[in-house]
Design a binder for this molecule. Sequence first.
Ligand code: IPE
Ligand code: IPE
Ligand code: MG
Length: 241
Amino acid sequence: MTAVAAQQSGPRHVAIIMDGNGRWAQARGRPRLFGHHAGARRVREIVEACPDLGVKYLTIFAFSTENWKRTQVEVAGLMSLFRRYITKEARALFNEGVRVRFIGDRVKLDKKLIALMDELEQITAGNDRVHLTIALNYGGRDEVARATKRLAEDVAAGRLDPAKVDEETLPRYLDTCVLPDPDLVIRTSGEARISNFLLWQSAYAEYEFIDTLWPDFTAEIFAGIVGSYAGRDRRFGGVKV
Ligand code: IPE
Ligand code: IPE
Ligand code: MG
């Protein structure tokens, strides 16, 4: 039986389900978009906190494949917020040494937004201080379905031998193919569910569900959660010696 080394360091890859913007706005008698704007403003502080905490990869859930079910006003407001966010934050992200990537299905997004996403990925491609991945029109099931389609195409074209398909194969087709699996997944706002986020990749992630609404999430709270991760005993099905 494989013995597992004791947990020694902090999480290298943290993924966050940034939830609670709507309730935060509602508590202030404001429209939901007011909460989304406040939520977007929290992101920079969390990204900037990563290097000191030893977090090399940060992945944030910005918009799910299910979020299209919201009102047209909210969806359009979010799309315009994403465009503004990229335009406004690009320079600061670049200067902070952040490499930005997007995961999710881009096809359904508007052309202007896709162009901004491509450009941000390109201009930050040489950075390596923090790897920020933004999940936009992302759903874990959608990602696995898209990956499976491409895998099947490779089999049909004779590029992949079905007998050689194992659990190392599918991840190569996922949007996250260049990223390590998340070590820690945080969800704000008190909901204890994963809502279709990084389904394959989080098989052995540690989870932290906290009541704080996303617009109230601070670098201090983040540091506290990252710090407490060190005390967790990750066994990956093995036993400790
Ligand atoms: C998370 O906040 C942001 C998105 C899903 C885009 P919500 O908008 O889900 O906020 P609540 O859960 O309604 O409070
Ligand atoms: C998950 O939050 C998606 C994002 C944070 C972008 P939701 O608010 O959409 O999830 P549910 O509907 O509560 O499961
Ligand atoms: Mg929500």
